[in-house]
Design a protein around this ligand. Structure first.
Ligand code: HEM
Length: 497
């Protein structure tokens, strides 16, 4: 009786808790199948090391550092190994390994709104995405071109103003306003209005960056976020955790539900499918997919656009070559005219497109651990087998800087590499969109928007950093947005009105 009493006393409970914690930590460290995988000591006991690194905003730099130190495998949590081996792409991402449970939190605004992103089993994910996919097809992306042009043209009006005033411009912000407004146009033919106002309305984009950080770290502690942020009560009390972006995009969807007029945009096709097969794609499916897209489809393009300009500013000879290419096509083929360069023209610019790809490779817009769970039978890479259920992640930034794949100059911005013959064999290691069943559905839209936007900026403007040579700042969570590199701007001789 005395022993029982002692066990349930508060001292007893503390003692039991300590014994339990000690046993868990020791078994994670010394009895896990990952016990011999190198990595930070703390990471072998707990997820906290990884979460603290994400919160520090430089997790992708840290991951690259660790892979360069330890090689192909790094243990980044008690139950997760980061894979830097080139075969990781085929064996982890392209194989039908379920996504990590981290993705389950990616239901916005709360758990009632499951999306393809939050669905982790390959078959179920494909099924959920199937009726939404046509909205992102190349054919449909092409229909949205005029919508894109409207906003790129507005961006130009702002840059013109700065060119005239000679004042420094926070180009990073305006590019992001533009990519958000383009996304609104592409999705539901309605811009968010950032370019109309020339400001981050209600600090929405800043909040979206913060939300990105909260959700990225919170994915490992789903219950916590489900209690405090992403639950039906909060959704009904406030508007949505996504604030203005969420309200406007969900409002646009609702408007379209009431007004079935044909529009050249993504939700138009979703509604077509919904009306034909309400059992296959519900209104709620569209709401959740819409929310995911708003989170995924603008910072990424802004990042790629900024990377192009930023890196070419550091390589004036390549900048000259890229602009000369536009000039050449204008003279010889009479293309690349008009206020905004058309996609058909922009895609013909071989060197410019090589620069875009290289900007994405050296500074990948999603520098996140894309994590999967080893499927039945486990996953074998480089002779090492990881048992079923092991979390295995691939970071595109780590892959894109791998010396074994890209050579000793992997860290350098060298667009010419994309034009070399041996590069064809490297294409399969270029994974900005991830790879396999969970890869980015918006890549057709991005592949169309980026060349247009970038070629137009290249043709029309000369940028110069206010503090020449100063490095930009950024925080990497799931995605990343550079900042703090203001520029002076002036129009080039090729400028088109
Ligand atoms: C440079 C531009 C872009 C890059 C680099 C990029 C990259 C990515 C990556 C790496 C993922 C994660 C895949 C994974 O978890 O394994 C993703 C997911 C996603 N992206 Fe993109 N993306 C871009 C643009 C876009 C655009 C323009 C849209 C929409 C119009 C979009 C919509 C999405 C959606 C909805 C998801 C969630 C995928 C799912 O259904 O599971 N993205 N993207």
């Amino acid at each position: 009786m005395t022993v029982l009493y002692d066990l349930f006393s508060w001292q007893g409970l503390i003692f039991e808790f300590l014994i339990f914690t000690f046993t868990v930590l020791v078994s994670r460290r010394y009895f896990s199948p990952l016990r011999d995988i190198p990595g930070p000591f703390l990471a072998s006991f707990t997820r906290l090391w990884h979460v603290a690194t994400i919160a520090g905003g430089k997790q992708s730099i840290k991951m690259l550092e660790l892979h360069r130190k330890h090689g192909s495998f790094v243990r980044i949590a008690h139950n997760e190994v980061s894979v830097g081996h080139p075969d990781g792409i085929r064996k982890v991402l392209l194989a039908p390994n379920p996504k990590s449970p981290w993705y389950k939190l990616m239901a916005f605004p709360d758990w009632r709104f499951q999306s393809p992103l939050s669905t982790i089993e390959p078959k179920a994910k494909n099924e959920r995405a199937r009726w939404l996919a046509s909205g992102f097809s190349t054919t449909n992306a092409l229909r949205t071109e005029q919508n894109m042009d409207r906003q790129i043209s507005r961006l130009k009006s702002w840059i013109d103003k700065y060119a005239e005033s000679g004042k420094p411009m926070e180009l990073d912000k305006f590019i992001t306003y533009c990519t958000f407004d383009v996304l609104g146009e592409v999705m539901f033919s309605k811009a968010f209005g950032f370019l109309d106002n020339g400001t981050d309305i209600g600090n929405t984009i800043a909040w979206s960056g913060m939300l990105n950080m909260i959700v990225t770290c919170g994915g490992y502690y789903r219950w916590l976020l489900n209690i405090f942020l992403m639950n039906p009560l909060i959704t009904s009390l406030t508007t949505t955790p996504m604030g203005y972006l969420g309200d406007l995009s969900q409002g646009a969807l609702q408007e379209r539900r009431d007004d079935p007029t044909d529009h050249p945009d993504v939700v138009n096709l979703w509604f077509e499918n919904h009306r034909k097969h309400p059992d296959r794609v519900s209104f709620k499916d569209m709401q959740s997919a819409n929310a995911t897209v708003i989170g995924a489809g603008s910072d990424t393009i802004s990042c790629a656009t900024q990377s192009f300009i930023y890196h070419l500013l550091r390589h004036p000879e390549k900048l000259k070559k890229a602009r000369a290419e536009v000039e050449y096509y204008r003279k010889t083929e009479g293309i690349c005219y008009g206020r905004v360069i058309s996609f058909a023209d922009a895609q013909r610019l071989t060197y410019v497109n090589a620069c875009i790809k290289e900007g994405i490779r050296v500074f990948t817009p999603v520098q996140w651990q894309l994590a999967r769970q080893a499927a039945k039978g486990g996953v074998t890479i480089d002779g090492r087998t990881f048992p079923e259920g092991t979390l295995m992640s691939v970071n595109p930034h780590v892959m894109h800087r791998n010396y074994e794949i890209w050579g000793e100059d992997a860290d350098e911005f060298r667009p010419e590499r994309w034009l070399e013959e041996e590069n064809a064999s490297r294409e399969k290691y270029f994974i900005p969109w991830s790879a396999g069943f969970a890869s980015c559905p918006g890549q057709n839209i991005a592949r169309m928007e980026m060349p247009k936007l970038i070629a137009t900026l290249l043709r029309d403007y000369e940028f110069k950093q206010v503090n020449e040579g100063q490095e930009w700042s950024y925080e990497a969570t799931f995605g990343l947005l550079p900042y703090n590199w203001p520029v002076y701007v002036r129009k080039t001789d090729l400028y088109a009105t």
